[in-house]
Design a protein around this ligand. Structure first.
Ligand code: SAM
Length: 330
């Protein structure tokens, strides 16, 4: 049974089980209609306590069965973005292979036609030391500090435009664009650099598949894509956390970084495209989609999480703030 919890101008949040909803509601209304799925699925690492008990082989089977579902819902040039962390073997200082097995099983599932387009790494230097037993107590492992982001699609050429999600230029490049002076000629690498090759301002440089979400030290410049940068510590995120605190609500424990979601929305979709998050949690995806003028659909099994996600849309500063942010980023 699906239950529409709330609606906005561009999207709706449904409480229910995405897998169950697929064979009825989703297939009926959304087959081949979704341009982008962005999601961080439940994972044994963080899911045991909060969202169910699937582990090991049972999890792998559940995850693999998502392949035909995602494939059916996506448009032919659509993309699937999955964020997933590392996991560790219970009571052992040994990393689990479950995420790797999950990726292989998903893209090799014969009843779907998916492939890994590119892997991204989201490095978070501010991540708390984990796994705590091995890192802070026994001191025999290092801090697990990144998540994997897999970009998967039904074709080799999903819709994508990296000029829509640029990184700010480095200081030296900015100087170069100003002075237009460049040491042209042949490099030891055999690359021949023309005298005007670097003089055109394209608004930023091409993004990398490695996001450093925070600066490692003050002296070091972090050059994230514009939208990743503009989302950091914004009042929209503050609003969500502050309001949860005021109302005595525990905020969702595994929220995605909104900047990353913004990046993939801008990179892989156009305005009015439809974006789906089947494991929506606090609905970071729906909120980012709404801000960027995309239609969205979110499904979350836990009613309390789904209810609290509405707080994101209550932010009175939403519109003005969005405008300010994107102006700052440009
Ligand atoms: C890692 S969290 C996602 C957090 C979200 N990306 C955010 O930014 O808040 C995974 C979510 O999937 C939900 N979930 C687990 N199984 C589900 C299912 N079968 N259908 C819908 N939601 C499910 C869990 O309740 C949990 O909130």
């Amino acid at each position: 049974m699906n239950q529409e919890l709330y609606k906005t101008n561009l999207g709706k949040m449904i409480v229910g089980d995405s897998v169950e909803l697929f064979s009825s509601y989703l297939k009926r209304h959304y087959k081949n209609k979704i341009n982008l799925i962005v999601t961080s699925p439940p994972f044994p690492l963080n899911s045991k306590k909060m969202y169910g008990n699937l582990t090991g082989e049972t999890y792998l089977k559940w995850f693999t069965d998502l392949a035909p579902i995602f494939s059916d819902l996506l448009t032919d040039d659509g993309s699937l973005i999955i964020e997933i962390g590392n996991a560790w073997e219970p009571k052992r200082p040994v990393q689990s292979l479950l995420h790797l097995k999950s990726l292989l099983a998903l893209v090799e599932n014969q009843s779907a036609n998916l492939r890994l387009i590119q892997e991204f790494i989201a490095y978070n230097p501010a991540k708390l030391p984990s796994p705590a037993q091995w890192v802070t107590v026994n001191r025999i492992r290092t801090v697990d500090s990144y998540t994997h982001i897999w970009w998967i699609a039904k074709s080799d050429y999903p819709k994508a435009d990296n000029s829509k999600a640029l990184r700010p230029y480095s200081k030296s490049m900015q100087r170069l664009l100003k002075t237009k002076k460049y040491n042209a000629g042949k490099r030891p690498s055999e690359h021949n650099i023309s005298s005007d090759g670097f003089s055109k301002d394209n608004g930023g440089s091409i993004a990398h598949n490695f996001f450093e979400l925070d600066s490692l030290d003050e002296g070091r410049e972090v050059r994230l894509p514009h939208n990743v940068l503009s989302f950091a510590n914004t009042s929209s995120n503050d609003h969500f956390l502050r309001t949860c605190r005021e109302r005595g609500i525990t905020p969702h424990p595994a929220r995605m970084n909104g900047g990353l979601v913004n990046f993939f929305i801008e990179f892989l979709t156009e305005e009015n495209d439809l974006i789906f998050d089947p494991f929506a949690g606090s609905n970071t995806t729906g909120y980012c989609a709404e801000k960027l003028n995309r239609k969205w659909l979110s499904i979350e099994a836990n009613k309390e999480y789904a209810k609290s996600s509405l707080i994101r849309f209550e932010n009175p500063a939403n519109t003005a703030e969005t405008k300010k942010e994107s102006m700052r980023a440009k």
